[in-house]
Ligand binder design. Structure first.
Ligand SMILES: Nc1nc2c(ncn2[C@@H]2O[C@H](COP(=O)(O)OP(=O)(O)O)[C@@H](O)[C@H]2O)c(=O)[nH]1
Ligand SMILES: [Mg+2]
Length: 389
């Protein structure tokens, strides 16, 4: 976001090259610059990071050229992600090809192209093809990309030197290499045309598009992180409650009253959702939730639940069994309280239309009691065994 803001403030236009390794991305940028700035190599994978460079200004907008790693490198997943990210944030994407477009390139192009982005298909290394071949490639690419409405140009960023053979009067021959200048004029024309026409709108459009994508992504991440953190808080308090009850058994009916741990949990959960409840308020909320649970669980809370919990335990350790089962119930009670409180906070500290009773009912119904009790029993038994040994 920071780089996006800077880009807008400085009215930058970002031109990004994108494509397979060795299609000539770095060479093309060097040709546009008129100097050798970006490293090039006939070997695979010379460009390892996205590299920006200020090029020139155009109508007060500064144009930045961004080189990217190839999209098809061995072991280059991170590099490919880098390139895709750069293309996403770019105003103009130069999508480089050095032959007919492959299926994977077409897939990437589909991914990048959108009405807001100027994507230009560039067939580089034209010097390696005859004009007939270029026409054939051109026709094929046009057909495969007609649904995308992308423009395209042909160029040679770094044409091979030409071998010139001179025949002398005495019949001898000498060979010399003649440097060939890059052929990028039509590419340049196209870039200027896009900048003249849409430069400012393009960069503003892209920025807002990118920002909205980022902000919904951030929001989704926050929800997920919060849920994970809330779950951790709930589980920690559940196990504390479970072991506490197991070591110091209370009558089943009083389970809901051993509430100190729950109040503490609710305070931590409230902090997570940006509302620091005082101890008194947290106690009040705990009492409200427990009142719902007491009504709901009245029927199952007694002997039935205890005996069904006992059944989840494996044989042995008979003296510990009842204690563990009671601990598991304590664990479960705290789990319910935590889940209900979390939902309450997630709804902006409101019970919602359904009210506390219906909310509690829904959560009790949706949680898998048997598997929570099972897990609780196992954890508590483990801890009790550790304590004994
Ligand atoms: N024949 C020919 N070779 C080129 C052209 N452009 C680049 N190359 C060569 O292709 C190789 C890879 O170029 P490079 O710019 O490093 O590719 P990148 O991996 O896409 O950045 C280098 O040896 C360049 O000299 C071109 O237009 N014609
Ligand atoms: Mg490169």
């Amino acid at each position: 976001m920071q780089s996006l803001i800077e880009k807008l403030e400085q009215q930058q236009i970002h031109i990004v090259v994108f494509g397979k390794v060795s299609t000539g991305k770095s060479s093309l940028l060097n040709a546009l610059l008129g100097q050798h700035h970006f490293d090039t190599s006939p070997l695979h994978g010379e460009t390892k990071h996205n590299q920006p460079l200020d090029w020139q200004t155009h109508q007060h907008q500064s144009i930045v050229l961004i080189d990217t790693p190839g999209t098809d490198e061995f072991d280059g997943e991170a590099r490919e992600a880098m390139a895709k990210q750069a293309a996403k944030q770019a105003d103009i994407v130069l999508f480089l090809l050095d032959g007919d477009i492959s299926d994977s390139e077409l897939g990437q192009l589909n991914h990048i192209a959108s009405p807001e982005k100027a994507v230009l298909l560039v067939l580089n290394k034209a010097d390696l093809y005859s004009s007939d071949e270029v026409q054939r490639i051109e026709a094929s690419i046009k057909e495969k990309t007609q649904h995308l409405n992308v423009k395209w140009v042909v160029c040679a960023a770094d044409p091979k030197p030409q071998t010139v053979i001179t025949q002398h009067a005495d019949g001898s021959e000498t060979q010399t290499q003649r440097h060939t200048a890059p052929d990028i004029q039509s590419l340049k024309n196209h870039i200027w045309h896009v900048l003249e026409k849409d430069g400012k709108t393009l960069s503003a459009l892209n920025a807002s598009l990118f920002a909205s994508q980022v902000s919904s992504q951030v929001a989704a991440n926050i929800v997920q992180l919060r849920q994970d953190a809330a779950n951790k808080i709930i589980r920690t308090h559940c196990i504390a409650k479970g072991v506490g009850v197991a070591c110091n058994p209370v009558p089943v009916a009083d389970l809901l009253l051993a509430a100190g741990i729950d109040v503490n949990m609710i305070r931590q959960l409230s902090g997570l959702y940006g509302l620091q409840l005082s101890k008194t308020d947290a106690s009040k909320l705990t009492v409200t939730i427990m009142a719902q649970l007491a009504v709901l669980m009245g029927a199952v809370w007694g002997v039935n639940l205890l005996s069904s919990t006992l059944k989840t335990l494996s044989a042995g350790l008979s003296t510990t069994l009842t204690a563990t089962a009671q601990g598991a119930l304590g664990y479960y009670a705290t789990y319910l309280v935590g889940s209900i409180a979390e939902q309450y906070f997630a709804q902006g500290n409101q019970w919602g239309d359904e009210g506390p009773k219906a909310l509690a009912k829904r959560i009790v119904k949706n949680l898998d009691r048997q598997s929570i009790l099972q897990e609780a029993s196992e954890q508590i038994l483990d801890l009790l065994k550790q304590k004994k040994s």
